[in-house]
Design a protein around this ligand. Structure first.
Ligand code: ADP
Length: 331
């Protein structure tokens, strides 16, 4: 049996955050040691919501630097920029003929984006899951490490793949959202109103580039209450949120200590938030400093992109030969 291939991407729409790390990057780092991996900076995807390209180059460089700072080894995984692979656009075109307007309009992320940017409901936004499918299957990947927000897109990718394979012969494996056998992760925003995100809800998101003091301020602002008054009270959502975040960055011992304090009604949320802030700082600070150094080294980032593009194009070209042949576009 052929080795499974891994593919995933992150949009260059701002600074990376704890959601990107725990939803995606953490798994990229583990997977690169076990599988052939393709990790991409999804610059074309960013155009669906960020048509102004003034800061795009800087953002592409930053996402690359942050990927590497989080542990991606560009000599092991193929780390590249989406727009450097023109084959993506060709496959996207073919897949668009197999995607229906009705199903695209029903996509939750599409409806959410329409609500957020009613003045720019472009066709790229509607067909976002089609482009994403093209990115994945261009390398005939089947394992897609992503956060919970991407679950529906992967379900759609499986539908598009099934239609392609049914109509033109079996070319692509079924792609699946992947998290080492566990449920996909959603890192909530600090105010509990949604998920941490690069471009929305910035004050409730902890970025991997945030300074220590910024992290302290953001965490200390998190909503709490006077604490439970009777033992074993179920946690309200906004308190559950703080525990969830603590589970990601604190030690098990620290987490358990606050869990016990909650259950016997001795918890002091001020102390809990201070601890959470310090643990987040300990997590973020080394990544921030590595990313800053890498970001300053433009020559190195350029080399990484070129090396990645060469490897990704090789894989894309071989897939597209098979695709054109199976579609009968070989005259
Ligand atoms: P964003 O929504 O911040 O712009 P992207 O759309 O570029 O991020 O997503 C990049 C990866 O990070 C995807 O795999 C996505 O599922 C994951 N991700 C983004 N936000 C979160 C979050 N809050 N929790 C878990 N995973 C997330």
């Amino acid at each position: 049996m052929e080795a499974k291939i891994v593919m995933s991407g992150i949009r260059p729409t701002g600074f990376l955050h704890l959601g990107n790390y725990f939803g995606a990057l953490q798994n990229y780092v583990l997977l690169q040691q076990q599988y052939p991996c393709f990790f991409m900076v999804a610059d074309l995807h960013s155009l669906t919501t960020h048509p102004d390209t003034k800061e795009l180059k800087e953002n592409v460089h930053r996402v690359l630097a942050e990927n590497i700072a989080c542990g991606i080894d560009p000599n092991q995984a193929t780390l590249y920029c989406q727009s450097h692979i023109p084959e993506t656009s060709e496959l996207y075109l073919y897949l668009n003929m197999l995607a229906y307007k009705g199903e695209l309009e029903k996509t939750v992320t599409f409806k959410e984006k329409v609500r957020l940017q009613p003045e720019n409901v472009n066709a790229g936004l509607l067909t976002y899951p089609v482009l994403q499918t093209a990115d994945i299957i261009l390398h005939r990947a089947s394992l897609v490490p992503v956060g919970k927000d991407q679950e529906q897109h992967l379900e759609m990718a499986r539908n598009f793949v099934a239609r392609f394979n049914h109509r033109y012969g079996i070319v692509f494996p079924e792609p699946h959202a992947f998290n080492f056998g566990s449920n996909l992760i959603k890192v909530p925003s600090l105010d509990g109103s949604g998920k941490m995100s690069k471009s929305e809800n910035q004050n409730a998101t902890i970025f991997l580039a945030d300074e220590d003091e910024t992290i302290r301020k953001k965490v200390m602002r998190v909503k709490t209450d006077n604490g439970p008054t009777s033992e074993q009270t179920p946690k309200p959502d906004y308190i559950e949120n703080i525990f969830l975040l603590m589970k990601l960055v604190s030690t098990e011992e620290v987490f358990n200590q606050f869990e016990v304090a909650y259950n016997n009604c001795t918890i002091r949320y001020g102390d809990m938030k201070k601890q959470l802030a310090e643990d987040m700082i300990n997590f973020v600070a080394p990544i921030r400093s590595k990313a800053q150094d890498l970001f300053a080294n433009k020559k190195y980032l350029q080399e990484v992109m070129e090396q990645g593009a060469a490897k990704a194009r090789q894989s894309a070209k071989s897939t597209m030969e098979i695709v054109r042949h199976s579609m009968g576009l070989n005259y």
